[in-house]
Design a protein. Structure first.
Length: 94
């Protein structure tokens, strides 16, 4: 399973802020991290934050696309939707 996330680097603190929809209606998980985007530090912080929230090892998550973009796709493996909803709240209806 993949999650689409919107990342705010240098956001002051690491936090998952919940679900949002972008202008095209795409469902995204909004995340902020304190690390800068330089040298992949923000990407590593995003993976660490998601792994901690999902109670999974960081090695079980991987960045699929968006290495240099704010919107990224993260592979989270075979995590049930119920676990994702418990960790981040239920996504808003379409």
């Amino acid at each position: 399973m993949q999650l689409a996330v919107r990342v705010t680097p240098r956001g002051g603190r690491g936090a998952v802020e919940g679900w949002i929809r972008d202008d095209s209606g795409r469902l995204l998980l909004k995340i902020r991290v304190s690390e800068a985007a330089a040298d992949g530090a923000a990407n590593e912080a995003v993976l660490a934050l998601l792994a901690k929230s999902l109670r999974k090892p960081k090695s079980s998550l991987s960045l699929v696309s968006g290495q240099t973009a704010r919107v990224k796709r993260i592979e989270v493996g075979d995590i049930p939707l119920g676990d994702i909803a418990r960790a981040f709240g239920a996504p808003p209806p379409a």
